[in-house]
Each structure stands twice: as structure tokens, then as C-alpha cells.
Design a protein around this ligand. Structure first.
Ligand code: ZN
Length: 165
């Protein structure tokens, strides 16, 4: 049971104050990358840290197109999503050296999507026993590394990987 696909209930949702209008995945790209922890922008998709990570290095790959259906993405959009997933796996391995990685998408509310109106892939580095030893306080896992630090490391790793190509 420990290795079950986590339910992603703590998905990317705004913290405190009033909920901003519109789609969070559409809104963040109009704003500052550092503030929103956007790691990388491609032509069709971007990579962003999860605000409420399940683990260190919990990232998401999001198409710029606002859609709730994977099949509405064009071939090029899907291709770039896949490319960014590959890049993200490389970057996560460089930085976190995880024993395993969960990846996938929850399409629709019944599948557990927290933000169902805009599809996104989750990538999550995993370690043996990580579901056990990390303390859970009020349903929020304590993450040992701050999002700012993780963001900087991932941005650097993406640059390094892309420069080697
Ligand atoms: Zn959207």
C-alpha cells in the first residue's frame, strides 16, 4: 500500500487570501517565473514545481493550452510534453538521485485531479520508505528543502542538460 500512486489531493492550489480568478496554470505563466517556481518554458509546455510537494522535487509538466483533455493537444504539443518529461527525469536524477520516480496524469475529477480544467503531468522522485519517515502535520508533509532552493537547482540542471545536447 505504501507504494500506491498518491492521490495528489494536495495539488497546486493558491495559498491564503482570496482564490484568484481563472485557471491557476494559465495565470502563473503570465507572472514571474521565480515567484511561481517555473523551472523551464518550452514552446508549448512548461515545467513548474508543485507548491505543495508530496516529496522534494515534485514537479509538473503543463501545456500552455488550456484543456482538460489530453487528446485536444496537437502532435507537437504532446511531443514537447514528452520531451520535457525526459528532461525532467534527467534533471531530477542529477539533483536528487531518487531510487524511483512516479509519473502520470490524473485526467478528470474522479481520477483525483485537483485542478481538473487544465491537464498536467506529475513527476515525483521517490525513496524507499519516504511515505513513512516524513512527518505529516495537518495533512501537509514537511519538506526538508525549500521550494526556492529546489527551483534554483532544477533551473541550473535544465540549463546544463540542454547545453550538452
Ligand atoms: Zn488553464
Amino acid at each position: 500500500m505504501e507504494n500506491m500512486w498518491p492521490p495528489w489531493r494536495m495539488e497546486y492550489v493558491s495559498t491564503g487570501g482570496s482564490q484568484p480568478k481563472g485557471c491557476v496554470f494559465c495565470n502563473v505563466v503570465k507572472d514571474d517565473d521565480d515567484k511561481n517556481h517555473i523551472v523551464y518554458r518550452g514552446k508549448y509546455c512548461y515545467v513548474i514545481l508543485n507548491k505543495f510537494p508530496y516529496n522534494n522535487g515534485h514537479i509538473m509538466i503543463v501545456p500552455f493550452k488550456h484543456t482538460n483533455d489530453l487528446l485536444e493537444l496537437s502532435h507537437d504539443e504532446q511531443a514537447e510534453c514528452n520531451e520535457l518529461i525526459n528532461l525532467s527525469v534527467k534533471a531530477l536524477r542529477m539533483i536528487f538521485n531518487p531510487q524511483a520516480i512516479n509519473m502520470g496524469m490524473n485526467m478528470g475529477k474522479a481520477a483525483g485531479a485537483g485542478i481538473q480544467e487544465h491537464i498536467h503531468y506529475h513527476l515525483l522522485p521517490r525513496w524507499d520508505g519516504d511515505t513513512n519517515f516524513m512527518p505529516v502535520i495537518a495533512g501537509v508533509k514537511v519538506i526538508s528543502e525549500s521550494l526556492d532552493a529546489t527551483h534554483k537547482k532544477l533551473q541550473k540542471a535544465f540549463k546544463e542538460i540542454l547545453n550538452k545536447k
